[in-house]
Design a binder for this molecule. Structure first.
Ligand code: BQF
Length: 295
């Protein structure tokens, strides 16, 4: 078993981006500027958004964190998005999900300027992705593709089973891995809460992407020998022995599955850090496209 070390690869990617930032500074160009909007004070969301801002600082990007109260109205958030859309100093921005109940997520995502949509969640950008057109790939699927590519995991003609059909992970993963591209050309099966005979399906998988949101869902008896396993889950499980009071659990029972796997991502330190790195990569792309748009 070999670990797919997302922490290590994400650091490599961050170094590559830092080298580009250094060149931009040498040319006296403006460096990429990412803004993040956080509505409310959900603990996990605050952790994620802070990790993104910290990563920007580390690699020399400018960043702006906009914190709005839990009771922010849809109109107020749309107003803030309009500001970010029209602010020429901002190259890309994200709205941290999930949003409070009074706000229609789809309406918000559709208001984001597609050229600044570094999360790649705008329907136009999702459509471009599905049609193999250049766009911003959503950061978690992008990170998984990059991880598979850099570890030279063979995907062509392989049976890939994606557990989960979320708009953020499962759906885009199923699209990307079936495409003619790096880490693509796979035969993809999507399984979800209505699927039957799950174990029969996962048993045939050469590669499993677990993004179902149920901690330790995939167990050793559900996979074949030498399977490649990508664990996208990160559930906070109460744990008194930890100083913050919880541990992070993946969608994979690492103990039993790692015994059979040829490659497997750990949690933490697998897909999570890759997500952050690819958000930075998208922000660099947004800056580069922003420059060439003006010329
Ligand atoms: C790690 C996310 C669910 C819902 C909304 C590093 C992250 C996580 C884990 C991180 C996630 C998950 C993010 C690790 C961003 C990934 O070391 O294992 C980083 O910050 N993530 C998010 O912004 O929104 C989410 C999961």
């Amino acid at each position: 078993m070999e670990l797919l070390d997302g922490k290590k690869i994400s650091n490599q990617i961050k170094e590559e981006i830092t080298a580009e930032v250094v060149k931009m500074k040498e040319r006296k160009e403006k460096v990429p500027h990412l803004a993040a909007v956080l509505v409310g004070s959900d603990g996990a969301s605050m952790t994620y958004v802070n990790a993104k801002v910290k990563a920007c600082e580390k690699i020399g990007f400018n960043s702006t964190l906009i914190e709005l109260p839990e009771y922010t109205s849809e109109e107020e958030l749309l107003e803030k998005i309009n500001e970010l859309n029209t602010n020429d100093d901002i190259d890309g921005f994200i709205v941290q999900l999930p949003l409070p109940d009074q706000i229609d997520e789809q309406k918000i995502l559709m208001a984001i300027d597609t050229d600044k949509d570094v999360d790649g969640f705008h329907p136009t950008n999702v459509g471009k992705m599905a049609l193999d057109l250049p766009t911003f790939l959503p950061a978690t699927p992008y990170g998984i593709m990059e991880l598979l590519e850099r570890y030279q995991v063979e995907t062509s003609g392989k049976n890939v089973v994606v557990l989960g059909r979320s708009h953020i992970v499962g759906r885009p993963m199923s699209i990307l891995m079936s495409q003619k591209r790096k880490a693509g050309d796979a035969t993809v099966t999507v399984v979800h809460s209505r699927s039957k005979d799950l174990k029969e399906i996962t048993k045939r998988a050469d590669i499993v992407v677990a993004a179902i949101g149920i901690s330790e869902f995939l167990t050793g008896d559900m996979v074949k020998e030498d399977v490649v396993v990508i664990d996208v889950g990160i559930t906070r499980v109460p744990d008194q022995t930890k100083k913050n009071g919880y541990r992070l659990a993946g969608d994979v029972d690492f103990e039993s599955v790692s015994k059979k796997a040829s490659f497997i991502t750990p949690v933490p330190g697998g897909v999570g850090p890759m997500t952050i790195a690819m958000l930075l990569k998208n922000t660099l792309l947004a800056r580069e496209r922003h420059i060439s748009k003006k010329k």
